[in-house]
Design a protein around this ligand. Structure first.
Ligand code: CA
Length: 216
C-alpha cells in the first residue's frame, strides 16, 4: 500500500511518514499543495492524507483539482475549530477527515477504513486455502496459527491477496510497497517474497518469470 502525505509542518510530516512506514506502508511526501497535486496525479496512491492549510495551493483546491481526474481516497487534516473546513472538505470529495491534534491509532484505523471502502474487498477477512488474512487487525493465520510477518511482508501479502488471481507486475508491486526514496533497491522485493514463502509455504506466492507475482 502506498500513501501520499501532503503537509507543510516538517515535524508532523516526518513523524507521520515514519509512523506509517513502520506500519508497512510505502509513503511519499509533499510539503506544498502544488507538489502534492502533482504527485497525486502522477501515482496511483491507495490513499492520500491531505492538510487543509498549505502553501502554494491549499488542501481544498488540491482536492477539487484531484477529483476532476481521480477518486483516490483522501483523508483531510483539519483544525480543531474548523467545522466549516470539514464541511468544505467533504463537499469537495474528501472521504474522511481527522481533527488535529490526532491520535495515530485513530488515523491508522480511518486509513484502513477508507482503503477498504474503495478497494475490491467486501470484508476485512480474506481466506486463501489454509491461510487467513485479517486486513483490519493486519494479522495472518496459517492453519489457525498466527504467523509473525514484518510490516513490509504483511503489505506484500495483503496486496497480492486483495488482487488474488491477477498477475501483479514487479513494477506495480514496487509502486505499492516502496516509496520514492527506496525504489533503487531492485532485489528488495525478491527478499520479501522469499521470506513470505518461508513463513507461508513456497507455493503461496507464484512467480511468473519475467512478468511478476500472483496468488492463485
Ligand atoms: Ca498546514
Amino acid at each position: 500500500m502506498r500513501l501520499l502525505i501532503i503537509e507543510d509542518e516538517p515535524d508532523l510530516l516526518d513523524s507521520l511518514a515514519q509512523a506509517l512506514r513502520e506500519e508497512g506502508y510505502a509513503v511519499d511526501t509533499a510539503e506544498d499543495g502544488m507538489d502534492g497535486l502533482d504527485k497525486a496525479l502522477t501515482w496511483d496512491y491507495n490513499a492520500i492524507i491531505l492538510d487543509g492549510m498549505l502553501p502554494r495551493l491549499d488542501g481544498w483546491a488540491v482536492l477539487e483539482r484531484l477529483r476532476l481526474r481521480k477518486s483516490t481516497p483522501v483523508i483531510m487534516l483539519t483544525a480543531r475549530d474548523g467545522s466549516r473546513d470539514r464541511v468544505r472538505g467533504l463537499d469537495h470529495g474528501a472521504d474522511d477527515y481527522i481533527v488535529k491534534p490526532f491520535d495515530l491509532a485513530e488515523l491508522f484505523a480511518r486509513l484502513r477504513a477508507v482503503i477498504r471502502r474503495t478497494g475490491t474487498q467486501d470484508s476485512t477477512r480474506i481466506k486463501i486455502d489454509n491461510i487467513q488474512i485479517d486486513t483490519a487487525a493486519r494479522l495472518v493465520h496459517l492453519d489457525g496459527a498466527m504467523i509473525s510477518l514484518t510490516a513490509r511482508e504483511y503489505a506484500l501479502v495483503e496486496y497480492l491477496a486483495v488482487h488474488r488471481g491477477r498477475l501483479i507486475t514487479r513494477t506495480t508491486l514496487y509502486e505499492h510497497l516502496f516509496d520514492e526514496n527506496e525504489s533503487t533497491l531492485s532485489n528488495l522485493l525478491d527478499v520479501h517474497v522469499s521470506n513470505v514463502r518461508k513463513k507461508l509455504g513456497h507455493d503461496f506466492i507464484q512467480t511468473r518469470r519475467g512478468h511478476g507475482y500472483c496468488i492463485a
